[in-house]
Design a protein around this ligand. Sequence first.
Ligand SMILES: [Zn+2]
Length: 117
Amino acid sequence: MASLFASESGQSRTNAPRLCYCGESSSVKTSMTSGNMGRRFYGCARYGVDVTCGYFEWVDPPMCQRGREVLPRMVAKMNRLENELARTVAIAVAGVDEAVVVAVLVAVVVVAEDGCC
Ligand SMILES: [Zn+2]
């Protein structure tokens, strides 16, 4: 029951509308800092756009020490793998483009050879 209570409590906290001190609606954001990676929070709606009012409130409880150590390494690894995948796809696409160009050139040469005589 304790976990059910925590879940219901967290759900109502995230669904409740929040207004920052500017009076604007604040949406839930996710922290990407190494000490709080993945932890959700409310902040000033004008953050990054204008002068902020300084409103800040965590949605999720603090992460355990082990999570603070492991999660940033997992995200770094994921980013590295995504970059490698993007490079591999770019090389594959470039390879396909070269193959298409070669095929078109071969087709043109064949047509030209057939057209002569
Ligand atoms: Zn604000």
